[in-house]
Design a protein around this ligand. Sequence first.
Ligand SMILES: Cc1cc2nc3c(=O)[nH]c(=O)nc-3n(C[C@H](O)[C@H](O)[C@H](O)COP(=O)(O)O)c2cc1C
Length: 386
Amino acid sequence: MQRQLVLNYVLTSQGYPWEAWRHPTMDVTRVNDLDFHLEQARLAEAGRFDALFIVDHRAQFHTPDAALFFNLDPVQLLTAVAAHTEHIGLIATLGTSYWTPYAAARQLATLDHLSKGRAGWNVVTSASVQEARNHGLDEAEDREIRYGRAREFIDACLQLWHSWEPDAITADRSQLTPVDPEKIHAVNFAGEHVQVDGPLGTPRSPQTVPLICQAGPSPAGRELAGAYADLVYAACTDPPEGRAYRKDLIDRAVTAGRAADALRVVPNLVPFVKSTEAEARAFQRELLDLAPEDALTINSPSMVIGTPEQIADRIAVDFASGAHDGITLGVPVLSALADFVDTVVPLLQARGVHKREYAHGTLREKLGLPFTLPVPRERWTRFYPA
Ligand SMILES: Cc1cc2nc3c(=O)[nH]c(=O)nc-3n(C[C@H](O)[C@H](O)[C@H](O)COP(=O)(O)O)c2cc1C
């Protein structure tokens, strides 16, 4: 079968640049409204997007030249979205610096259960001073320490997610307990940064391990991605840079003992699409005029502009050249999602690089990304008394 694009949609209320909330078609007050998020989720599902992705920070950022960015809690919001969608993946951002592995593993396992195997985890290390000061620190730890903790945090979560065997629940009414005591394990994880005994208080979820996503481009971030990530949100959209970035991640994955096709690179792309190039340029100008000039270097990725044919061509050519495996779509204003689904998606489908129907199975199964990392069980002990 022809290699297929991964299409990931950034579920947001604010558009790009952030000041796009000022556009007359936008209504930022709907950020708290489930129906508002469901409208986008259903549209993305109609466009056969693979996943919704919610960006999150554990602080408010406010500087004179950057608009305030706010949203609902990603796991809770995606759990509600799960009840009203059927196929699309649900990727929540959860940071490793201020959560504990037990809490994160349990939240994500619950999302995976309630969505029937559609959960994903965007692993971030929360570098900002604002986040540090919301969690009892004066400043964030250095990058090496944050990423060292992130590795241990993921390892601990992997152990917790495996701590229930798939068939641990027996529900045998002739026994005093509804589980097989041999099939639930204490994991006794004792790292430098995180410690957790386990087992998890939630049974094994459909995927066992949610899709693991990562965005840090520093050497430490790439190393983490190579070792664990299924999806990587690169910030770059320039094809030579994209090819080098993707190759570097694949090399790191292979060095970490994983298969060369173990991860997919899905750079963030914000297309300004209109039926003529001149209209698309005018649309982009209209939005950029809403933001202070220097804010664009702070909060906007590189953007692409053009007709549906030009945008589809750009995505398909870069995909074929190995610059990426798909895109993480950000939209300038929210009506642009419908435009993308109505005009660009059919062109990608006609080229055979984007699916017309969803495959069956969990998010991992749909993407062909089985979890293959070994889970060391040397320290595990029987949890239930004999
Ligand atoms: C597309 C994309 C999405 C990101 N989403 C988040 C996010 O939701 N929360 C967050 O704290 N950081 C987010 N980041 C920041 C990265 O996780 C990372 O910390 C940052 O790019 C700096 O890289 P480094 O950690 O390797 O130094 C995102 C980055 C990119 C490129």
